[in-house]
Design a protein around this ligand. Sequence first.
Ligand code: DAH
Length: 341
Amino acid sequence: MPTTAAREQLDGIRSTSDSIPEADSDRISEIRRDLLGRKSGRLTRLLRSLRDLEPGERKEIGAAANLLKNQVESALEAREQILSQQTASDDEVDLTMPSRKGWRGALHPVTTVVDEICEIFREIGFTRIVGPEAETEEYNFTKLNIPLDHPAADMQDSFYLAPGVVLRTHTSPMQAHTLEQYEPPIRIVVPGTVYRRDPFDPSHSPVFEQIEGLAVDEGISFVDFKAAIDFFVARFFAKGTSVRFRPSFFPFTEPSAEVDVGCPMCSGSGCSTCKQTGFMEIMGAGMVHPAVFERCGVDAEKYTGYAFGMGPHRIAMIRHGIPDIRMLFQNDMRMLSQFVD
Ligand code: DAH
């Protein structure tokens, strides 16, 4: 090869080497192949052809070519190193990625119902308290005038933790604890979890919430009870919701009643939710039975009172038109996310 050709090749190689880009990995590998490829790399071939040069020229061009080879190698290596560092840090934070939508939490609809109900009763003087979930038969049944041979006290209906000890089947035992502990006037609401040997189906759950209410003082009558419930319904349900008191029976109240509200789904005209009755039951209630006062050491001649028990799960279902109580336990985000405001 003539010397001038070798010089020209050297110049060409040098200018390619000067144009190695900073951050184009494809182009960098391409240049590596073009210059240093083992068979046909331009620099490789030039070095191989040094032996064809005149000895004098060979020394000069050989030195220049070897120097250039070192420069090209270190330039390529430096670029490759920068590139691999960039890739690693790009893996950690990709600034081009669309941002993720933030998660926002919300209270469970049953919790909201419990809080709202307690708040409404707080406005008319009721204190919110809590009680134990494990109760003796005495408090869960006997002191509430429920005889132990009543079906509710049966092993088939209640969860027994030990002989004589049950998971409370209602929040009513807190009536007995409060009557024993405090002098009237008493006004309490007691939210809490209760347990029954019920199936887990669209309208039952073995675990659910209740809110107990109790008001005891001198001269309390059924009229006071009705006024309190009217106040509650007007506050909690839609404007104009009707209220109905039906006679009922509970061992711990006399007289006893069940309270219904006009079905919010059909506004009382009858639909599948209210089974064509136009009403939905929201609570059991009544005037505290004198036998309960006596068993709890309260003077039944001096004091009277009313009590009620409602189910926040049921009330949440009525309020939101939820057809199956299990949806309130499954924590399915498709259901719960509807309550994020
Ligand atoms: N404890 C009753 C139940 O679990 C509900 C109830 C009814 C509570 C009448 C009361 C009441 O305080 O007066 O079904």
